[in-house]
Ligand binder design. Structure first.
Ligand code: ADP
Length: 461
């Protein structure tokens, strides 16, 4: 992941370099297309004026005069047709000039070395202290032809240099500013979107989308935010579903109790009818009581993040006592029960685990056929203990198997209606087992039976 900081540093460096390069290229273009030509014309005029003046003054001391001109700020090279050469002013770094150029100047042509100086790309050509980077003009003095080459001493260029640097600096600043503004907008955009999304969430609107494909911290933040909003949507749905389930599950036994109490107020009831109605009222109030106690248990274990107090106890003892508790119901349905329960001392929360075995055994009885069978086995592995509940009951089809651990989920609600249940038992089982670091496995086939395996890690006690 590239950090926002490095993105910013790299982007700033790129922006600065690109701006400087652009400014440099534009300044250079300005020099190549305007300044160079202007300079050439300017110095051609100056050279012409100097030579015209000399030609008009027969008596003038040529060398003294050229020395004077050089002092004003020019570099000069004088080449006579007889081959004599003299230099005035600051010496040229490269004093070479082609013989053919000298010949052409002596024959009367003006040499435009400044305009045609070959260094095309760089402004530095402007400052090159070379004889070729000059203006050449011929003149006659005391019946001798001379070629005079002139270029300004660099100090004279200060004005142009200032202008160039001003352009360079100004353009760099303008380009940097424009690019920085675009960049900042690009960086800030997702934050603005996140801010808008937060406001929407505050108002209870969860549907929004934004670009979270970035790989920096902002991308990560946007992606976490997106996940969080999805969880909020899920939570909101779950809350609504929970309220409607709970209202329904409380409402139906309450209205049954209400209806049968009214019926009981009728005078002409036989003892048999009274007994039947009373047992329905009792069943419904049992249902309400088991619903509220399971809800309380579920809400209390939902708040536990980690088991604090662990105790050593025998799982086999717990299961044996439960088998005794369910004895009558088992006998009632003519179910045969087998068990192999070796005494393994386990360290965990005994009350919570008891509710696990209770739910599993009560399901194995409830969803069993009459004349069916149940087997319970405890098998110890090296680091695990497996508690296996097997029944020959109605079974669960594979489509339902993944949902049975959801709160209030009941397979085939209409059929299971006659069977007392809340749909909370397996949710409790899963949560308690997870708190102990274990897992629940289901293997079930419709109309054949179900096997629930609770796998708990053994911490050596
Ligand atoms: P309930 O209170 O309805 O028993 P559970 O959470 O314990 O709730 O179980 C959820 C659903 O899973 C049950 O309603 C039932 O349809 C199905 N189920 C659970 N255990 C068994 C089992 N041993 N055999 C068949 N179906 C089962």
């Amino acid at each position: 992941m590239r950090s926002l900081y490095s993105t910013f540093v790299i982007a700033t460096l790129v922006v600065m370099s690109v701006s400087a390069l652009l400014a440099f290229m534009l300044s250079n273009a300005y020099y190549q297309h305007f300044l160079k030509q202007q300079n050439d014309e300017k110095y051609t005029n100056i050279t012409m004026e100097i030579t015209e003046y000399i030609e008009g003054q027969e008596a003038i001391d040529l060398h003294e005069h050229l020395k004077f001109i050089s002092n004003i700020g020019y570099q000069l090279k004088l080449i006579g047709e007889d081959g004599t050469t003299s230099s005035y002013g600051k010496p040229f770094r490269t004093p070479y000039i082609d013989g053919a150029i000298i010949e052409s100047v002596l024959s009367g042509e003006v040499y435009h070395g400044i305009a045609n100086f070959p260094r095309e790309t760089f402004v530095t050509g402007f400052f090159a202290n070379e004889l070729e980077n000059s203006i050449g003009v011929t003149f006659e003095h005391n019946r001798t032809n001379y070629a005079l080459f002139l270029r300004p001493d660099i100090t004279l260029h200060f004005h142009e240099m200032r202008l160039l640097f001003a352009w360079l600096l100004g353009l760099t600043i303008i380009f940097s500013l424009i690019f920085e503004l675009i960049l900042a907008k690009h960086l800030i955009k997702p934050l603005t979107e996140l801010n808008e999304a937060t406001k929407k969430i505050k108002k209870g609107e969860y549907a929004f989308s934004f670009d979270f494909h970035r790989k920096d911290e902002i991308g990560e933040l946007a992606s976490s935010f997106h996940d969080m909003s999805n969880q909020l949507v899920e939570l909101d749905n779950m809350r609504n579903e929970f309220i409607s389930n709970i209202s329904h599950d409380i409402q139906s036994p309450l209205s049954n109790i209400n209806g049968y109490t009214e019926l009981l107020q009728n005078d002409g009831l036989t003892n048999g009818q009274k007994g039947e109605y009373l047992s329905i009222i009792r069943e419904e109030s049992d249902r309400l009581s088991s619903l509220t106690s399971q809800l309380l248990l579920l809400s209390s274990i939902n708040q536990i993040k980690k088991l604090r107090k662990k105790e050593k106890f025998s799982i086999a003892d717990q299961i044996r006592s439960l088998i005794i508790k369910y004895k009558w119901r088992i006998m009632d349905k003519d179910i045969t029960i087998e068990y192999t329960l070796p005494d393994v001392i386990y360290s965990g929360d005994p009350a919570l685990l008891l509710s696990v075995w209770d739910n599993l055994l009560s399901n194995a009885v409830k969803y069993n056929k009459s004349g069916g069978s149940i087997s319970i086995d405890i098998k110890e592995e090296q680091n695990y203990i497996n508690i296996i509940f097997r029944d020959s009951g109605v079974g669960i089809s594979s489509t339902h198997q993944k949902s049975i651990f959801e709160r209030f989920y009941r397979v085939d609600a209409s059929r299971t209606k006659e069977i007392n249940g809340t749909g909370l038992g397996l949710a409790i089982v899963e949560k308690v087992v997870a708190l102990h670091g274990g897992s629940v496995l289901v293997d079930s086939e419709k109309d054949v039976g179900s096997t629930f395996i609770i796998r708990l890690p053994l911490t050596k006690v």
